[in-house]
Write a protein of this length. Sequence first.
Length: 401
Amino acid sequence: MSSSSIKMIKEKNKKTILGLIYKNSPIARVDVAKKSGISKVTVTRIVNELLSEGIIEESGVDVSTGGRPPVFLKIVPSSRFLFGVDIGAYSMRIGLFDITRKLIAMKSFDYGEAVSGDEVAGNIIQTMREMSSEKNIPLKKIIGAGISVSGIIDYNKGTVLKSYLFKEKHYPLLKKLREHFEFNIVIDNDANVGLVYESWMGKGYDIKNIIFILTRNYVAKDMGLGVGFLFDGGVYRGFGYCAGEVGVASSKSDAGIGSISCDPFSSYEAIPSVEVLAKDILAGRKQNEQTEFYRDLSFDGVIKAGLNGDTLALDIIGALAKSMAPGIGFLVNLLNPEIVVIGGDLAHCGKSFIELINREVIKYIFEMHRVNLKIEISSFTEDDSGIQAASFLGLKSLIDI
């Protein structure tokens, strides 16, 4: 075996072991060996390396079943740091995290319109430098940055092929950032980022076949959808890295809910926004049938009222579930996943929404696909979950993601 092959095996084993400690911290050495299938001798050697590097530490002992009690291993939060960048339609958030993804600092940019890629890259570079300086964290302790982009990404080259925020097509974002930083940088589209995060830390934990649907509510017109696919434990991106850009339904008046549109970056992936659905439903009601919040039919207002059992809000949420069901059913029939996870804005809709989705989707899927299928809301609904998920990609230099 060549020296390069031996080196690759050592690096892979180290990533596997650190990944297990990261995912299961605290964990004993013996359990690391069992879960990884790597020999105890190799595990001991690599663990000692990680201890000397200060990335992990020993923490307490497990109950002994005879002999010396096993010592737990856990990640040292302040040993390394990460950046997470969440690029939305016309906004961006940048966060600095410790290695356990605890948020240390965050900055937001609200552009309101498409801007040049150089402006976006410049904001990222300046903010990362400022944050690390203000928090007295040398750049050599930054192990990576993950960047989530709402758009189509060439994952291998780190090129933004098409995005709402970038004026240009095929913007070489990774190339621009690597001119300034030596740490590892990973760029992917937002649905794939959410998928990976969910599969490691959320409802998709230890599940090999997942459909992750990322939803973004755009007030003026549509509910944007992006889909990530996990096949046999690996993210499927497609030949041209465009997998997941699905057509579900259009809000155009001549299309009707449930129809398919293939007009890129127009309505091909869109279903009506909550605000559009609210106006349509309200138009068919008499004044005395309107509920208290009808003058403020914002996304947040509808979701809050729906959680409180308001009938109009529940009708709007029900219409949303019906508009999404045919597309979800099609994907389930095509791919036969174990779980479908809905994340993003609609993750705030709660139990009533997911019950409605399950009720509607079952109408469109074959009987054999219903067996053990789960459709659930994402585990991550916090406001900073986008940059949290993005920061997770920054771990790629340390663990296999």
